[in-house]
Design a binder for this molecule. Sequence first.
Ligand code: TYD
Length: 135
Amino acid sequence: MQVVKYVFQPHGDERGQLIALEEFVDIPFKIKRVYYMYDTAQGVVRGKHAHKCLKQILVCIHGSCKVLLDDGKEKKVVLLERPYEGVYVANNMWREMYDFSSDAVLVVFASELYDEADYIRDYDEFLNFIKDIDQ
Ligand code: TYD
């Protein structure tokens, strides 16, 4: 499994840093939704699902967290700890976000509007789902 990490180019000057993310330029899809998580309690694991269609880029714009990516065959862990780096999460990819620092703000850029029907929330169902599309 290839983990696709993005390093965004800050527009830095003596005043500080600024990052601008544009769809199809910095983000490889049309951005239909942005959401973010903060005040995540210690020890919490979020995500624990896959999406049938939705693609995402995760950026921890403050603090840090880890992202487990699991394509059903392999698992990889990505540490997000810089506001200028992101990780791509494809569809049909199980993800878990954990080890949030108390100050973590995790921003998600998503290719689709919120649709519960696009979620696979059961791990065995996920394995069956990807087995079917692999055939
Ligand atoms: P949830 O899916 O549990 O978050 P995660 O699995 O990524 O940890 O979402 C938490 C709540 O927020 C749940 O009630 C659904 C709601 N929600 C929305 O209304 N819109 C959204 O875009 C998202 C991601 C969640």
